[in-house]
Every structure is written in C-alpha cells, then in structure tokens.
Design a protein around this ligand. Sequence first.
Ligand code: NI
Length: 266
Amino acid sequence: MLKRGNGRHIWMGNNHFASNDITAFEQSFEAQSVRLNFSPIDLGKVEGHTVRLYHAPHKERKIPRVLIAAGFHGDEPAGCWGILDFLTKQNPSLNEQIALSFLPLVNVGGFQRGCRLNNQHENPNRGYLYQEGIKPSFEADMLLNFSRLLQDVSADGVLCCHEDILSQNAYVYSYENAPEAGPMSYSITTALGRFFSIEKEAIIDGCQCHDGLIFNHSDSSFESWLFQQGARVAMCTETPGLAGFEQRIQANSHVIGTFISEFLHE
Ligand code: NI
C-alpha cells in the first residue's frame, strides 16, 4: 500500500521552474512582498534558509486579521506556489480592508528535496499542541517561539494549504465554533470543486470525510493549534497530488482568494 512520506516528489511548473526551486521561489516571493508593501519578519533559519512571515502592519484593529500558510510538507509545493500566484494577481489595495499575513514556506529542507518530512524525519505539522508520544518538530519549536504573533495575525482566520499526494480528489479539514460545518467551509469545498472532484465519503487517516469536509478534527497540527488558541475559523485544504501541478497551483490561488473574500463580505 502506498504511504505518504515515501520518496521524492518534484514537478515542473508552467513558469519553467521546478517545484523545488527554492531560489526562484524566494526571489519571486520577495519581489511580490516588496511590491505589495508587506514587511518580512524572520522566524528562524532552516538549512541555511530563513523562514519568514510576511505581514501587512495595521494600526486599524477592527479589520479582519487573516493568516495564509503553506509548505509544511515538502512534497506538497502547490500551496507555496499558489500563494505566490495569488500575490502576483493583486495590487497594493489588497491590504486596505484586511490585515493579511503569509507564511509561505515552513519546511524549507523538505521543499528542496521534494520530501514530506524535515531532515530529522519529523513531521513539521505536528507537535504544536501537547499530544502523548509526539514531540514538537524543529519547525513547531521555531514557530511556537512566535506564538503570540501567530495568534494575533490569525485572530479571524487561518488557511493552511496542504496537498494529499496520493489522492485524485480534494478535501478540507475545517474548524468552526459550531456543531456542524457552516457556509465558509462549503465555500472552500465549492472553490476546490471548480478544479477537482471532491472526496464525498471516505475515511482519511482515520477521520470521517463527508461532502469533502473533515470537521473539527483536533490533533497537534498548526491549524488545530491556532483554532484552539482562538482563531475564529481554520481551514486546511488538501489538493490532490495526482492532478497536474499547474492545476493545483491555480486551485490554491483561487481558494486563497475565496477564503479572503469571505472576511470582506461579513
Ligand atoms: Ni500536508
């Protein structure tokens, strides 16, 4: 049986960059960050590369604060490139009605190798909350040093862009303060449904997925942690790794736009 975590996974993008081209990714991201007036905050170094949070500072406290994150698993690069694609399509007025922050690439080493885990074979999306037998990954330790900042920038919502490299279908881990999934969760599955078929009914990693949603599943992941820390909603999208790379990039870009627009219409 195929298992997540095995092997190297590298794709070629329409931009002629390989999915693991860290130099192209970092340079392109920096350029967009400057153009859109984001301020980088250094969170730590991994294998010679700096992990950064890109933040649009705001004095106005009443506008929504939303965090978009990706690149926890090195074999799931379409989230990272999807954030970049989304930013290339925006203009600086993006930051007028919403305080956006981006954490585009966490597992830098895994990204370069095209491998899920970090170089210590740890899962960079585990250990944010105490769970018996799970010690924080290097990346979790690094991000937990900035827990106040990360909680602040995600107070209204956090979207984490993952991929399921073994899947043909898309699905979402969603977290809301409600007994069942609300319109925001369904707007995200609808957005993904423009690009892929949605996983209707399945057991995925021991979780019940219904209508493309695994709802309020608590574990020690980054998104589950931020939701427990007070983020009003958290979503973790899983685009299907068996679909084409460019299609997955465009899907992530579109879903990011959908997620953000949910806060502008409130
Ligand atoms: Ni993942």
